[in-house]
Design a protein around this ligand. Structure first.
Ligand code: ZN
Length: 93
């Protein structure tokens, strides 16, 4: 019996994500649709991160500067206005 090659593993539950499956990429990690973050979760994460003035903030690893990070937050707000806060942005593997 041969297993199809999976591309990612859900960080939360270990579910394997195969080519063509919907999933949510998050940097080095991936999440299955069930455990994917909603737009509201993502917005909340970045708003806190940008407001964090300690070394714990990680926006600088993702964005070139704080303006880009803030632009991303504005973009998320616009997406929430369109798709709703509970929308989960997913991609096809
Ligand atoms: Zn999962």
């Amino acid at each position: 019996m041969t297993d199809r090659e999976h591309l990612y593993i859900c960080e939360e539950c270990g579910q394997r994500i195969y080519p063509g499956d919907k999933f949510q990429p998050a940097g080095e990690c991936a999440f299955c649709p069930e455990h994917a973050a909603t737009l509201a979760d993502i917005l909340d994460f970045w708003e806190r991160d940008i407001a964090d003035e300690t070394d714990m903030a990680c926006w600088s690893e993702w964005f070139g500067n704080i303006e880009d990070a803030r632009a991303h937050v504005e973009n998320l707000c616009a997406r929430i206005a369109n798709a709703g806060a509970e929308f989960k942005p997913l991609e096809e593997a």
